[in-house]
Design a binder for this molecule. Sequence first.
Ligand SMILES: [Zn+2]
Length: 66
Amino acid sequence: MNCVDCGKPVEPVAAALTTKIVSPQATEFRCLDCLAKVFSTSRERLLDAARAYRDRGCLRFQGIKF
Ligand SMILES: [Zn+2]
């Protein structure tokens, strides 16, 4: 799966964030950097959000490295 904006491979955590905060039925995926641009934030803040979801037990974020 490649980023619809830049064509780089989409990181597993970016795919998980997309189905979590964009839509469970998302069909377009972006890499962390492009996702950060869309949300006017930084990849560090996206990773913080992913860690928070993981700590709360969200299954999307279990078993992937980030
Ligand atoms: Zn990208």
